[in-house]
Every structure is written in C-alpha cells, then in structure tokens.
Design a protein around this ligand. Structure first.
Ligand code: ZN
Length: 306
C-alpha cells in the first residue's frame, strides 16, 4: 500500500532521490503521464537528476517496469516535465501538475520480426503493441507497458487524485498534442482516468450499440482481434477514450470487457441522473473539445461499412 506523508510517497518499492531540477511551490491540479523513451528506469532517473547545458528536465516520479518508484521531488514543488503545453485554458502545465515518467522505449520501427527503438535497442514482438496514436500517424509499434507498471500507475493516480483533489489525469500527448506522443496508445490512460476520478459508471458518457452485432477489438482498427464475443444491439457501453473513427469503451454490467468499437455503430444515450454517490473533491470540469462525443458518421460511411 502506498501513502503520502508530507508530499512524499511511503510504501513498498519506493525510494527517493532529489533532483536539482525544480521550480517553486506547486498546488497540483492535474496529473500528467509520460513515457521516458529511454533504455532503463535507472538511466532516466540519472538524466532527470542532472543539470544540462541544453536544458533541464525532471518529473516527480519515475515508474520502473517492475513497478518500483523513484520519487525525485515532493508533490508540492514544481518539476519540469510538461514543456510548452495547455489544458483547460491553462498554459504551461508544469505550474499545475504532477508528472510521472514511466520507463518505456516509446515508438518502434519494425526490423524483420523484431522492433527497434530510436536509441537502437531491439525488442521482441511480444513486448510491442501495434496501434495508431489517437492524434494520428498510422499504425506502428509501441513498447508495451508491463502489468506491474500499469497497476502501480493506477494506484498512484487514485492516491494522488484523492490526496490533492485532482481535476484531471492526462497524457503529455493531450497537453502538447502536436509535439508529444507519450504515453501513447499502449497505455490505458482512459480507464486509469475514469477509475481514479470517480466519474466512471455514474458520469462517463453512455452509448448504445445500434448495429445488430458489433465487434469490440483490441485496438482502434478492424485489423485488431476482438476481445470478446460481438456486442448485441442495445448493449450499453461507457466511453473511456474517444478517437476520430474508433472509441475505447467499457461494457456496462458485471463484466470487465474493455475494447475499441467503430463510432459509426454506437449512439449516445441521454446523461444518466446522478445516483448520489461520493462526488470527487473537486467538481469535474466540462470536458474539453478533444474529448467531445464522437461525431455522427457520414451517411456513405454508414452504408459502406454495414
Ligand atoms: Zn512527456
């Protein structure tokens, strides 16, 4: 179990190393997830604790592939992870956010049956996920996150959301979309966000399946395998992450089915009345435009894809 004492994490597999790359006081409102695009957690910690002539970077946490955490600065101090960025009308998110860097090599190029990161290290196919980034760019390989890392990321997000009453949990690719791709499509940001902010089943937008049978897939493209039997007409799903043509949804009910469906075959339901469950400490902000409901497909798309 993790806890926070005086803005520092305490718990299993948590160590501390203070980086000199810090700014002034921080009252965190957001959590920003990143990948390191590096070789190892240790090399990233080293880099984020070093003063460089070319410009200094840091983050609050480096999360290793084994789930180990190194905290580089207390959560009430600004670190330098976001760069030029904006969210909810605010500019320069370092001043408002906690940054978590996850050890992950980032995008990959295929070479034969293997994949190669930008720094030349080769990774086997089973450590790589094929997907298109939600900001576009076509299907390519992305270094997969480990289960230990994803569990720990969720635990951190829930703890930080509770402790600081966070307004939102975002990716670097949300706050600097033209410039950044991390944490990318291999990271389940949508479900971590909804599970940490207490707006899942009660406040996530709900959609109904309109096709007689709708495939729910591992990724945002018809080339991905289905994750479960096809959904029947009338099945209710919660929107976790919205893309241009495909959206990530969770099936309503006592299952754990999550996957991607084609936007053309789901239709938004009226917002459910609040059920009076525990509200988040801070009222959720209006969803920004990038997370707005999927647009209705063009008529020809609908008929062609039928
Ligand atoms: Zn980043």
């Amino acid at each position: 179990m993790l806890k926070i004492e005086k803005h520092r994490l305490v718990g299993d597999k948590v160590t501390h190393r203070d980086t000199p790359n810090v700014g002034g006081a921080l009252a965190p409102r957001f959590l920003v997830f990143h990948y390191t695009a590096g070789r190892s957690a240790a090399s990233s910690v080293e880099s984020l604790c070093t003063r460089k002539p070319s410009g200094n970077a840091s983050a609050h946490i480096v999360l290793g592939r084994d789930g180990a955490i190194v905290q580089l600065a207390p959560f009430n101090v600004v670190t330098w992870h976001a760069g030029q960025s904006q969210w909810n009308g605010l500019v320069g998110l370092n001043q408002y956010s906690i940054g978590i860097e996850m050890d992950n090599a980032g995008p990959m190029n295929r070479v034969g049956t293997n994949f190669v990161a930008w720094f030349g290290k080769t990774y086997p196919e089973n450590e790589v996920m094929l997907a298109e980034h939600k900001n576009g760019g076509g299907v390519r390989g992305w270094h997969a996150y480990t289960e230990a890392q994803i569990e720990r990321a969720l635990e951190l997000a829930q703890l930080l959301a509770e402790e600081y009453g966070l307004q939102d949990i975002v990716g670097h690719d949300d706050i600097a979309p033209g410039r950044k791709q991390d944490p990318g499509p291999a990271f389940p940001l949508g479900s971590i966000r909804t599970r940490s902010l207490g707006r899942d089943h009660d406040t996530a937008p709900r959609y109904e399946v309109t096709a007689s049978s709708l495939n729910i897939r591992k990724g945002p493209d018809a080339s991905f395998e289905p994750v479960a039997p096809a959904l029947k007409k009338g099945t209710v799903v919660m929107l976790l992450e919205q893309g241009n043509r495909w959206s990530k949804v969770e099936v309503d009910g006592p299952t754990d089915i999550e996957g991607w469906v084609n936007n053309a075959f789901i239709q938004k339901l009226p917002d459910a009345a609040p059920r009076g469950l525990v509200a988040p400490k801070t009222a959720p902000k209006r969803a920004p435009a990038s997370r707005a409901a999927p647009k209705k497909p063009a008529a020809e798309t609908r008929s062609r894809r039928k």
